[in-house]
Write a protein that binds this ligand. Structure first.
Ligand code: PMP
Length: 401
């Protein structure tokens, strides 16, 4: 398959894996990293590490400047109105837990929190636990056969008791864009807060949080070709002001006595303790690198590769695709074959794909499945990766059938 990625050579990790005989098709779990990330990490550590926002010495000022420049990069990447609207967290999971604690007092009893049936545990469990703490109803929006939220059913369920809507932008299992404009409009019409889980979506479509009109948007750097241990939480100004502080410690405080304290507003008020300084700085470098790519070329490559993935899968007998994936990934089961056995045989042939419930157990149960195999693509994936995958799949199926 002559689907060549012009960006593959920028990812030393993918080249190293290839040299080891590994075909990496698990980018939705975490992506490989471009050379600019390695250079930024080394550049930071090799010129002198320092804590941020505290020291008045040169290394401290330099680290703070670079750290805050990454906040500007993140704001620009998401098209946020200001860098003050970006909180650095440890990842999507922490961003969502922050919201579930920070918004607790904003969600009076008798209300509803609305999610979709396609949520990752990270965008289910924090809300489920909040609903249990506050005696709120957790409403789950059903999906259509393709795996998108059914808008008619959503309109029937989002109502005057809806206080918050939390939905994924792109499902990590079904590879399906959710109809966010319509869902967010329904939430807005009820005066409800809205949260978008962009962990997968941010990777395959540059987010524009102002155009989306959501109150909060969250994503993880490690899926976006950045370092692990860093996430973003964007909040619209008025929505951010409604957040209660949740983690307490250094740097988030305005004034402290033994018996009481007052706290800084966002973003620093929500970044207690020493942040992942090097990783945040390196993430800024990755975002600048991503921002300079030809977005049309990236979209064309991803779309051609995804079509090749889908047609190859559909050509295999007994194939059951989960939903109708639109981009970046596809999950499947094969009649009469256990997904763990298949994953094992693929792994023995150097194919790195994901098997299991993909942190979406309720969705898997609803589909009547114990698990599925997921193949997912990155910027650096190419036709040879798919060719090796399909050859290994055919070998495995021959053995298993
Ligand atoms: N939401 C979605 C849709 C995801 O795919 C993931 C990661 N698999 C998460 C949330 C959680 O992200 P993280 O593990 O980086 O916190």
């Amino acid at each position: 398959m002559a689907l060549i990625s012009p960006w593959r050579a920028d990812f030393p990790g993918i080249l190293a894996l290839e040299a080891e005989g590994q075909t990496y098709l698990d980018s939705a779990a975490t992506a490989q990293k471009p050379q600019v990330l390695l250079d930024a990490l080394l550049g930071y550590y090799a010129t002198g590490a320092a804590n941020v926002h505290r020291a008045q010495h040169l290394p401290g000022e330099r680290a703070t400047r670079a750290f805050e420049a990454s906040r500007q990069d993140a704001a620009q990447w998401l098209n946020a109105a200001s860098a003050e609207q970006i909180i650095f967290t440890r990842g999507t999971t922490e961003s969502l837990n922050l919201l579930a604690y920070g918004l607790e007092s904003q969600l009076p009893g008798d209300g509803q929190i609305v999610i979709s049936a396609a949520e990752h545990h990270a965008n289910l469990l924090p809300w489920q636990q909040l609903a249990r703490r506050r005696n709120l109803e957790l409403v789950v929006l059903p999906l259509d056969a393709n795996g998108s939220v059914d808008l008619e059913q959503a309109a029937a369920r989002i109502g005057p008791r809806t206080r918050l809507l939390a939905v994924t932008q792109l499902s990590n299992v079904l590879g399906r864009w959710q109809p966010l404009p319509q869902l967010l409009a329904m939430a807005r019409a009820q005066g409800a807060l809205s949260v978008v889980d962009g962990a997968q979506g941010a990777v395959h479509q540059r987010p524009d949080v102002q155009a989306l009109g959501c109150d909060f948007y969250v994503c993880s750097a490690h899926k976006l070709y950045g370092p692990d241990g860093v996430g973003l939480l964007y909040g619209r100004g008025a929505a951010l002001a409604r957040l209660q502080h949740w983690q307490f410690g250094g740097e988030m405080v305005q004034d402290a006595d033994y018996q009481q304290a007052s706290f800084r507003p966002a973003p620093l008020g929500f970044e207690a303790g020493t942040p992942a300084v090097s990783a945040v700085i390196a993430f800024g470098a990755v975002l600048r690198w991503l921002g300079a790519l030809d977005t049309n070329a990236v979209a064309a490559h991803e779309s051609a590769l995804h079509s090749a993935l889908l047609s190859g899968l559909q050509a295999r007998s007994g194939m059951r695709l989960l939903g109708a994936p639109q981009t970046a990934l596809a999950s499947f089961c094969i009649d009469g074959v256990h997904n763990a056995d298949l994953a094992h045989l693929l792994s023995e042939q150097g194919i790195a794909v994901r098997a299991g419930h993909h942190c979406a157990m309720p969705l898997m149960k609803q589909l009547g499945l114990g698990g599925a195999i997921r193949v997912s693509l990155g910027l650096y994936s190419d036709g040879d990766d798919l060719q090796r995958f399909f050859a290994a799949l055919d070998n495995a199926l021959e053995l298993l059938r």
